[in-house]
Write a protein that binds this ligand. Structure first.
Ligand code: 4GX
Length: 262
């Protein structure tokens, strides 16, 4: 997987490339990230990359010529690439898009600054517009980094345990179960007993059940269109029975039965 980022601030990408999984991916030659400086394609003594907007108004717009040259040079180097503009107007990035992007061989990210880029760039040189969320950044660079980060961890052979990306939240449509590590007691709070039992089947069950509960409480919409497997259905039926039992107790003993002890 090869990424090019087109930017006026190529140095911003160094920290992403020097740490953690992205660095590991580069070392293992599973990914590459190259920053292309738009200024290198600018003309004149000042190498200007922005200019005042036609029609007036505040703010600056990125000039089309250097940007077009930078994009064309990158597309020439990456003939099979998709060119993506980071903009709040784009479709919102999510895990599904990350999975879509990881199947691409090459991606070119165009990072705009100021009020944006000259409209005439969009019509011919941009394949797709993506946003990382409904808020306004000062430039596309952080958005590109977010996407590179999320896509990189899906590239096969980069994360240690091959199945750990498949198991984590969203990839299987449920929120992840809780995690615990040593010490056994932290600030008076215990690790759930079942996790110390060594019974792997029970542990798997507990994880699935807490996963389902957390999804039900925090993101119930994820359960609405889900095709449940038999283990999951068992757990849902168990809850159903528990709830029915509670309701049944009420109707047999009457509403006053519970306040009797007060
Ligand atoms: N998710 N921004 C881009 C300048 C700009 C505007 C229009 C091209 C076209 C953002 C986001 C984001 C702010 C990056 C405006 N460039 N990018 N920039 N949210 O807010 O991706």
């Amino acid at each position: 997987m090869n990424f090019i980022v087109i930017t006026i601030f190529p140095e911003m990408f160094a920290p992403l490339l020097e740490h953690g999984i992205v660095r590991k991916g580069i070392q293992k030659e599973k990914i590459s990230v190259q920053a292309v400086n738009i200024r290198d394609f600018a003309e004149g003594r000042h190498k200007m990359t922005d200019d005042r907007p036609y029609g007036g108004g505040c703010g600056m717009v990125m000039k089309p010529e250097p940007l077009a040259k930078a994009i064309k040079a990158s597309q020439k180097r990456f003939p099979f690439s998709k060119t993506i503009l980071l903009t709040p107007q784009g479709r919102v990035f999510n895990q599904g898009l990350a999975q879509e992007f990881v199947s691409l061989k090459e991606i070119i990210f165009v990072c705009g600054r100021y009020e944006g880029i000259d409209e005439r760039i969009c019509s011919n040189l941009i394949d797709d517009e993506v946003s990382i969320g409904d808020f306004v950044l000062t430039g596309g660079e952080l958005a590109a980094m977010v996407i590179i980060d999320a896509v990189t961890r899906l590239v096969p052979g980069i994360l240690g345990g091959e199945d750990s990306t498949e198991k984590d939240s969203f990839s299987d449509g449920l929120i992840e179960h809780a995690h615990f590590t040593r010490p056994r007691v932290f600030e008076g709070m215990n690790v759930p007993e079942v996790l110390l039992s060594g019974d792997h089947k029970e542990i798997e069950n507990w994880r699935l059940e807490t996963s389902l509960i957390r999804t039900f409480l925090k993101k119930p919409d994820l359960l609405e269109n889900r095709a449940f497997n038999s283990n999951e259905l068992e757990i849902l039926k168990k809850w159903c029975k528990s709830v029915e039992k509670i309701i049944h107790t009420q109707s047999v003993s009457g509403p006053d039965a519970l306040s009797g002890g007060q």
